[in-house]
Design a binder for this molecule. Structure first.
Ligand code: BGC
Length: 491
């Protein structure tokens, strides 16, 4: 079995998330008014997430055209497909350093530039080598944006809105995936792959332009000992804030010597409580199978009896892509009220149950190799059960691990190490995504489709128990208040 249940808490002193260990009740966060500057922050977040989703999703539809333009060996086809993930992993790791060194806003600018450049290089590529270079560049943009945008949103949004702001990033990812599915359906002929891949240059350039005028994070400015600049930026995004007292509280949370932590410090045992929580959430978000379904939906539905390409495309676009957007949109309305823990726990129950059902349905159908014809002329009962199970899984994910993981990862670390720690968690998330998408089909080959979905169900169940034990509630607290959660004695 290739996937081992990954339980980052193991080997580290556990942090029990019992209500008794929560910090003294924080003052309720007031939402404040929504300023135009907050609108700019939101646009940065939406464009970054949208490009992440689009660039991740578009390749499956572009491949046929690419293969008809160039003669590609199977190895190069794999490289063209998967090196976005590699670039994203490297981009995410570098982004932590960059975001701490030159600031959040300028890191978003770099992401915008990479998206634009990568899209242009891919679309104009005269040969496969340049195409692969373009894939790497766009991947780096995805990785940099995946670190910078949620971090930017978490640091600039008022506590009462933070969940909604960071999960707008998730909403944008789902919209990007949905658009990629739609575009894949519309443009499938020959050279149109250049349009599919090149289209990302337009929002990439817009992201760059919006980031030019966007405010810098007051928290990063405080870290750089630029209190006067921090006051100006804080006033922009929180018109009603008591700026001096807010900056005092950010300053005291940052206090402790140097302004920027080293990698050694970021991974220091001192952070043995938040780091396993961040890593665990990053891993569970992926090893429970979301991207196996996003990437291979077409084949899964083919096996479930959706025989024609048109029926598979529309069921993938709407039942996976559309449902994902809609459920994420609804989840955003609840995230700051229901609390992150409750959403995670409920969602993981739904994910476990729906994966059990899908695994059961696959006792009666077979997931075939890529491109193989569907087994039946129309969806069987088991095929329809699979469809319902997958929709329930997507809804459960969209309510829980989708938006909440990015929100929690971006709020649990102390300011001094936040950039690097978020980068490590994001890179681990990409690494896990790469493993799952790379090995899903081999796993199906090795242990069968039912056992593969049941394995995802088992991992979801382990995730449920792990969240119950280790993940504390953070809703409505300022980033500084959240730090007191980790202050309890190490066990
Ligand atoms: C994950 C992506 C996934 C997407 C699906 C995101 O939170 O990080 O890997 O494709 O959700 O909506």
């Amino acid at each position: 079995m290739r996937f081992r249940p990954a339980i980052p808490g193991i080997g580290c002193p556990p942090h029990r998330a019992s209500p008794r260990r929560r910090p003294p009740a924080p003052a309720p966060a007031s939402a404040g008014s929504f300023t135009a500057w907050l609108g700019v922050v939101l646009v940065v977040v939406l464009f970054s997430g949208g490009l992440f989703g689009y660039d991740q999703g578009v390749i499956s539809g572009a491949l046929t055209g690419i293969k008809s333009t160039f003669t590609l060996s199977p190895l190069i086809v794999e490289v063209v497909t998967s090196w976005v993930t590699l670039g994203a992993l490297l981009g995410a790791l570098a982004a932590g350093e960059i975001a701490d060194r030159i600031g959040r806003k300028r890191t978003v600018l770099i992401a915008g530039a990479l998206f634009t450049l990568g899209a242009a290089v891919q679309s104009l590529a005269p040969d496969p080598a340049i195409l692969v270079a373009g894939r790497l560049i766009i991947g780096a943009g995805v990785g940099v944006a995946a670190v910078a945008a949620p971090l930017y949103a978490a640091e600039l949004s008022p506590a009462a809105w933070r969940g909604r702001f960071v999960s707008s990033y998730q909403l944008a990812i789902t919209i990007g995936i949905f658009l990629a599915y739609l575009v894949d359906g519309w443009l499938s002929a020959n050279e149109s792959w250049r349009v599919m891949l090149g289209a990302a240059a337009v929002p990439g350039l817009l992201l760059f332009i919006v980031a030019l005028i966007a405010p810098e994070s007051p928290r990063w400015l405080m870290k750089m000992s630029r209190r006067a600049d921090a006051a100006v930026e804080l006033k922009k995004v929180s018109a009603d804030a008591d700026v001096e007292s807010d900056l005092d509280s950010i300053g005291s949370a940052l206090a402790r010597g140097s302004s920027r932590a080293t990698w050694g410090e970021a991974l220091n045992p001192e952070w043995r409580k938040p780091l396993p929580v961040g890593l665990g959430l990053a891993i569970f978000q992926q090893v429970t199978g979301i991207n196996a379904i996003i990437y291979y939906a077409d084949q899964i539905f083919g096996a479930a009896g959706f025989a024609s390409e048109a029926s598979r495309t529309s069921v993938t676009t709407w039942a996976v892509g559309g449902v994902n957007v809609l459920a994420t949109l609804i989840a955003i309305g609840f995230i700051d009220h229901l609390g992150h823990r409750r959403l995670l726990l409920t969602g993981l129950v739904g994910m476990t149950a729906s994966l059990l059902v899908v695994g059961g349905a696959f006792r009666f159908i077979t997931l075939t190799a890529p491109g193989a014809a569907a087994a039946t002329a129309g969806p069987s009962v088991a095929g329809l059960v699979t469809l319902v199970g997958l929709v329930a899984f997507i809804v459960s994910f969209a309510f829980s691990l989708g938006p909440v993981v990015w929100t929690v990862i971006n709020e649990i670390f102390p300011g001094r190490i936040r950039g690097r720690a978020v980068a490590v968690c994001t890179a681990v998330n990409w690494g896990s995504a790469f493993l799952v998408s790379q090995f899903f089909l081999s796993l199906v080959d090795g242990i069968g489709s039912s056992a593969t979905f049941w394995l995802f169900a088992l991992l979801s169940f382990i995730g449920l128990v792990w969240v119950y034990v280790y993940v504390p509630e953070t809703k409505g607290q300022t980033l500084e208040q959240i730090q007191s959660i980790w202050k309890g004695p190490a066990k």
